[in-house]
Design a protein around this ligand. Structure first.
Ligand SMILES: CC(C)(COP(=O)(O)OP(=O)(O)OC[C@H]1O[C@@H](n2cnc3c(N)ncnc32)[C@H](O)[C@@H]1OP(=O)(O)O)[C@@H](O)C(=O)NCCC(=O)NCCS
Length: 140
């Protein structure tokens, strides 16, 4: 089941996020985000076990996909696709854009975004320490 994140989900989201981003809990103030209508935090909850999340920031006239994460043991079963589809169907209106950055070597994520028709619009050199990033965009 996909649903909005609640305060009690913060611990597991921080745990997952820390596997991906150093200092995740310091960079992403989830307690504030949950109360802030500019942030959309969705989780996938299977039998009371949160195994994936997505964070989006609504930036004036476009959406920024900040993070999408699926627990390692649950990957490859369409969970990220379901989260993405749920977000696009329920929050994004026709003509609105979603922007994201992704490390050029993160092939799983790149494939996921390409599946949803995101297009590369820019490349940022050494955006993640030593790794370049693509900026990708989709217009619904
Ligand atoms: C990227 C990630 C979110 C994908 O989650 P997932 O639930 O495994 O993805 P899905 O099963 O929905 O697959 C969606 C698409 O991603 C791509 N993909 C997923 N796993 C892949 C793999 N092991 N190899 C190649 N492509 C892969 C495929 O194109 C797939 O499309 P398909 O359904 O037509 O095969 C997951 O690997 C993850 O959490 N990675 C670590 C966090 C991360 O890097 N997030 C992105 C940057 S914030």
């Amino acid at each position: 089941m996909i649903r909005k994140a609640r305060v009690e989900d913060i611990k597991i989201i921080n745990e997952f996020g820390s596997k991906l981003i150093t200092d995740f809990p310091k960079k992403y103030h989830l307690e504030d985000y949950i109360k802030n209508s500019s942030y959309i935090i969705l989780v996938n909850d299977t039998d009371n076990r949160v195994n994936a999340f997505l964070i989006v920031y609504q930036n004036y006239d476009f959406y920024e996909l900040e993070v999408i994460f699926v627990s390692e043991m649950d990957r490859g079963h369409g969970i990220a696709s379901n989260l993405m589809e749920f977000f696009i169907n329920n929050y994004v209106k026709e003509g609105e854009s979603i922007i994201l950055e992704v490390a050029v070597n993160n092939l799983n994520a790149l494939n996921l975004y390409k599946k949803f028709n995101f297009e590369i619009i820019n490349k940022r050199q050494k955006y993640y320490q030593d790794t370049d990033a693509y900026v990708m965009k989709k217009v619904k």
